[in-house]
Design a protein around this ligand. Sequence first.
Ligand SMILES: [Zn+2]
Length: 453
Amino acid sequence: MSVTPVSSSSFRFLRSEAVASLNLEVQEYEHIQTGAKHFHLAAAQEEKVFLVAFRTMPQDSSGVAHILEHTALCGSERFPVRDPFFMMTRRSLNTFMNAFTSSDWTAYPFASLNPKDFDNLLDVYLDAAFFSRLDPMDFAQEGHRVEFAEPNNPESDLVYKGVVFNEMKGAMSSPTSTLWQTFTKYLFPETTYHHNSGGEPASIPDLTYEQLREFYASHYHPSNAVFMTFGDLDVAALQEKIHQQALSNFERSDIELKVPDEKRYFAPVRVEEAYALDQEDLSKQTHHVLGWLLPRSIDVDALMKAHLLERVLLDNSSSPLLAALESSTLGTGPSPLCGLEDSNREMSFVCGLEGSEPEDAAAVEQLILDTLQKVADEGVDPRSVAAQLHQLELSQREITGDGMPFGLQLILAGMSAAIHRGDPVSVLNIDPALAKLREAVKDADFIPNLIRE
Ligand SMILES: [Zn+2]
């Protein structure tokens, strides 16, 4: 793997960095004509992975990014059939095929062990991403439409239907999802995370077909695309195919989509909102959560510090914050939201209680602040910090699965940084950051200072 990487003439080679702990080399390229990024994770692995991702930053909760992800898969210029993806899922030898909509990106990954199959899937994926048909009927099917409640009875009520509409009705009926959406709405008052990227059932019907097309044209553009690949691949041949079949048809766009730093509040904000509940008895149905907006997730040192602090505070029943929440009689247990959120451009930390009462809000807040103050004043047992650092190290090295191909997990680990215009190599190669942490924790004030910050 010490050969100088060869790029196709349509891509410019930028750099190559070895990641010893993962036994791979990350190569970075840029498409000359459009500025599309390509990160190739070169590894001697039979299973090859491809992913194309776009920065998708909705400015409302109409679910436009999510509905687009569904509709893009419903046929393209070269594959005008109703559902080319479903056909390929059955026929191909793929080990993974899917599409994801996150809070600020949409990605289309696949993996295969067979080179010919990989090539066929690449044809379908490139065409779906860059030359999607976006048929109005597919939009109605996947997004929203109005139908009679009883299909054959024109006297019956009109109701909203649609794959995404129904999906989100299901998803948002869970109190935890509603709590998270409500919470992020206040934690992020101005950036894209303020909105529900999956779509709020009440807002989904506001989305028009023209808005969907417009979002597609501005967001699914090569200048806004990040390609990521993994495995033992002929990079130059792959890039030539991507260029010929897709990117060569586009001019560079000067729209640079990015998430800015979120606005900070001058003082703590306290809000109270309601969620739908199917029962009369409201006792023990209240959730109280506290949250903080943290530094950028693309800063690997800040990221590792935040992960360590999360572990020290919440890892197990003897961790100070979890212990306080578990033993409190103000609720039935710690909130399912407890923990660090590191996929957005700026991280957040949340903790709280579920199964509480509205009048206990101030007491829960005091409990959490007192616990943090105590840790800041008294510090933590250095042995538990060392143990948590060791656990953190193991968790970052050990790629466990979730049934996803190994290469795709590595790609997803680096993708958030690539999407946020950070450095995916620094997130994949965490050894330098770990070495700094090992040095930093020798100072007994390290954890207390992090809490104060
Ligand atoms: Zn969906």
